[in-house]
Write a protein that binds this ligand. Sequence first.
Ligand code: SF4
Ligand code: SF4
Length: 172
Amino acid sequence: MARLPGGGLAKGLAVTLRTMARPSITRQYPEVQPDLPPRSRGVIALLEENCTVCMLCARECPDWCIYIDSHKETLPAEGRGRPRSRNVLDRFAIDFSLCMYCGICIEVCPFDALFWSPEFEYAEYDIAELTHEKERLREWMWTVPPPPAHDPGAEPPKEVTAAARAAERGRP
Ligand code: SF4
Ligand code: SF4
C-alpha cells in the first residue's frame, strides 16, 4: 500500500503530544527515598549471635568473597561433665566488589545468621572499601524487614508448635 506523504511526521507528532500530556514520574532521590519491594537484595546482614562458624556460607559462595576467621575456646566442665569447646568468631567480612548477590550464602546458612537487607547506600570511592566487616554487617540487621505473614490456614512454624508442646508438658 502506498504511504501518504507526511504520514510519518504526523505519527511522530502524535506520540510527542501524547507523551507531553502524561504527568512526569521523575524520582526525587536522594531527597525522597525509593519505595523498594520488601524482598529487595540490597546488602547482606549478619546476625552474629546466630553464627556458629560452620563455614558453610564461605565454602558455597561461588565468588569466594566471604572471609571468616575464628578460634576455639574451651568452656569449663559443669559438674562431672567434660569441658566443652566452641568456635568464637573473630572475623566475618564480605567483599561486595566481588559479591554477585546470588543469595546462596543466605540460603545455605543452617543457623539463620544471614539475611537480605534492602539497604543500598553503601557506595565507596575506593573499591577496597567495599569489604565490610562483621560490625557493619551487624548494623545492617536493623534494616532487615520482618518475615512476611504466613498464609491463612498454613501450618504454624515448627518452633511455635514445639514451644506450645513444651509449655503444655510443664503445666501442672
Ligand atoms: S550473595 Fe552469593 S556471591 Fe555474594 S557473598 Fe553470598 S554466596 Fe557469595
Ligand atoms: S553458614 Fe551461617 S552459621 Fe555458618 S559460618 Fe556462615 S553465617 Fe555462620
